[in-house]
Design a binder for this molecule. Structure first.
Ligand SMILES: Nc1ncnc2c1ncn2[C@@H]1O[C@H](COP(=O)(O)OP(=O)(O)O)[C@@H](O)[C@H]1O
Ligand SMILES: [Mg+2]
Length: 327
């Protein structure tokens, strides 16, 4: 099983939409894919499920079938994680549903981090709750786990990243995204190095994530670009991405910098799909599965086809890097 997180501390860059579309694409290629919504805003869950189902998952009291329900025994200090409920979207696609209540886990996770230093077993159980949750999905048997997180460098995200073998960084060619990358890169490196130190203090018998969080590359979300923005400004940020990525995330410098389109770390230059995105959300399916009955007519038909190819190419690149068979 491979776990890949999609992470950027800048919100609104299209991260959740990306995880949603990739999950459908991998599943369409026969890869058993589990999407995990670790953003307490639960946008990914709202994309997958209709309101009726959401109401069932989020009643007034306990939420046994969401991620919050699964970690609740830890939060209450009355035991370990419960087996997670996997919402079956189709035979190859499952979802661990998100929950607004997950935000209550933030403080508990903040508190557990320094206590791991003391070798405290309950702190390690808390820190690894997400990792162990994903590992426990015995019935579904995911080959690939895609994790969506919220836009911050908080304790929930630290724990989600520790549970991840690899990380993809979606970003937009603008000042905010590049500033975000400058914060995020060193933070990732710090989490990785502190966790590898903490592992030496871990109690035996508890499955521990390695916390490799290896950067797979970045995805440039072109929808951040307004048509009215001058091409020069766009190009200026675009040209900086390869060097900022190398310095901030990989901590390396090279002499001659490639342009984004030729940068091996650029996994995709993702298009703005315009009205197709709201159409897809309305139909509760990815853009590339829209049909004429959903409103995809005329020029949309070609756009839907090319969207399939865009995501297929991106999924193939991620699969190679994550060592997942994808044909
Ligand atoms: N490639 C795209 N083309 C068109 N609209 C997009 C695209 N990606 C995201 N959006 C829209 O942009 C908004 C933010 O996207 P979202 O995936 O929620 O971002 P994030 O998870 O980074 O906050 C949403 O309204 C979404 O529908
Ligand atoms: Mg999101």
């Amino acid at each position: 099983m491979k776990t890949v997180a999609f992470f950027n501390n800048k919100g609104g860059v299209g991260k959740t939409s990306l995880v949603y579309h990739l999950a459908w694409m991998f599943a369409d290629h026969g890869v058993k894919t589990l999407a995990v919504d670790l953003d307490p805003q639960a946008n990914l869950t709202a994309m997958f499920l209709d309101e009726e189902r959401l109401e069932d998952l989020w009643p007034d009291d306990e939420h046994p079938n969401t991620v919050y329900g699964a970690i609740r025994p830890i939060l209450r200090g009355i035991g370990d994680i419960a087996s997670p409920h996997v919402e079956k979207i189709n035979p190859n696609l499952g979802l661990i549903a998100g929950d607004l209540g997950l935000s209550r886990f933030e403080d508990k996770l903040s508190d557990a981090w320094p206590r791991c230093q003391l070798g405290d077993e309950s702190a390690f159980r808390t820190m690894t709750a997400f990792h162990r949750l994903v590992q426990r999905d015995a019935d579904f048997g995911a080959e690939l786990v895609l994790i969506d997180v919220g836009p911050n460098l908080g304790a929930i995200n630290r724990s989600a990243l520790i549970a991840s073998d690899q990380v993809c960084l979606p970003l937009a060619p603008d000042l905010f995204s590049l500033q975000g990358l400058k914060n995020l890169g060193p933070t990732l490196r710090e989490w990785r190095s502190v966790w590898s130190g903490l592992l030496t203090k871990a109690p035996s018998g508890l499955p521990m994530p390695k916390g490799t969080m290896q950067p797979l590359g970045y995805i440039v979300m072109q929808h951040g670009i307004l048509d009215t923005r001058p091409v020069k400004a766009y190009k200026r940020w675009m040209d900086r991405i390869p060097s900022v990525y190398r310095e901030a995330v990989l901590n390396e410098r090279i002499q001659s910098m490639p342009v984004v389109a030729e940068d091996p770390y650029c996994l995709s230059l993702l298009k703005h799909y315009r009205s197709l995105m709201p159409m897809a959300m309305e139909a509760r399916k990815p853009i590339f599965f829209l049909k004429s009955a959903d409103g995809a007519i005329g020029a949309h038909i070609e756009a839907v086809r090319s969207c399939y190819q865009d995501f297929q190419k991106l999924a193939a690149k991620i699969a190679i890097n994550a060592d997942i068979a994808f044909t």
